[in-house]
Design a protein around this ligand. Structure first.
Ligand code: APR
Length: 242
């Protein structure tokens, strides 16, 4: 599919849903999960991103998230993030459902963002669910180690991230499914489509929209979409927004 055709479809769209994954943040210099040099190629998921891994070694888990938080703070939204924020201004019913936890869509100015896999800027208590800024916990963790992770209620501070085996935040997920049902155009940008239920948003069970994948590689979703653009997010989205 050519950008000109997608541009025409965008101009005609009344309801647009965009699903993003770590490929769009690769444009800002962050690693993806499953690509070359990807996070899940260098680390064991079960040690770092599971409730069991956290129970076993909270120090290791927080040390890893501290590193990633620093990486997020050290990058800027890319032209692709910025383009999505500009597109939002032109479409009445716009929803951006992201699997990313790096806050780059919000920093780029996107407003109707559903963070399906949580957000790295916040932490929450494992028992009482109280929330506080992740950076506040990090300051104390860096100073006092694991002791700083204990909350008065008996729980532990953990990043507000959806770990493997955990349910997605219900309100965000429902809003994403509603948006997919309403959409007449859907863009799927920079995700391998390997992780459910997020990936299912782009399938015909969940949407009647015309679904366009923007990804330099074939993915698990390619067979389900209506058109594919084998391109980087920054090759397509700024052109669309312009
Ligand atoms: N533009 C568009 N797509 C890109 C770009 C780019 N510049 N660079 C890489 N990609 C694509 C890759 O081809 C790949 O299909 O981004 C995709 C990244 O896939 P994954 O590494 O599997 O990341 P993601 O789909 O975001 O993973 C989903 O898995 O571990 C969990 O919770 C984590 O949210 C994450 C989820």
């Amino acid at each position: 599919m050519e950008t000109a055709e997608l541009r025409a479809r965008l101009a005609a769209a009344r309801s647009l849903t965009v699903l993003t994954g770590s490929g769009i943040s690769a444009e800002s210099g962050l690693p993806t999960f499953r690509g070359v040099g990807g996070l899940w190629r260098m680390h064991r998921v079960e040690d770092l991103a599971s409730p069991r891994g956290f129970a076993r070694d909270p120090h290791l888990v927080w040390t890893w998230y501290a590193e990633r938080r620093r990486a997020h703070a050290g990058v800027e939204p890319s032209s692709a993030h910025v383009a999505l924020a500009a597109i939002e201004e032109r479409v009445d019913d716009f929803t951006l459902a992201t699997q990313n936890v790096d806050s780059l869509h919000l920093r780029a100015g996107s407003r109707n963002v559903l963070e399906l896999h949580g957000k790295m800027r916040e932490s929450r208590c494992t028992i009482c669910d109280l929330r506080r800024p992740l950076d506040d916990v990090l300051v104390e963790f860096t100073r006092d180690g694991v002791e700083a992770l204990r909350h008065d209620c008996g729980g532990m501070w953990r990043p507000d991230i959806v770990w493997f085996g955990e349910p997605l935040p219900r309100a965000a997920l429902e809003a994403a499914f509603d948006a997919a049902r309403r959409a007449d155009l859907m863009l799927v940008v920079g995700t391998s489509g390997m992780v459910q239920p997020a990936a299912s948003l782009a399938t015909k069970q969940c949407t009647d929209a015309f679904v366009v994948e923007i990804n330099p590689e074939e993915t698990a979703l390619t067979a389900h979409v209506d058109a594919s653009m084998r391109a980087r997010a920054s090759d397509v989205l700024p052109d669309l927004a312009g």
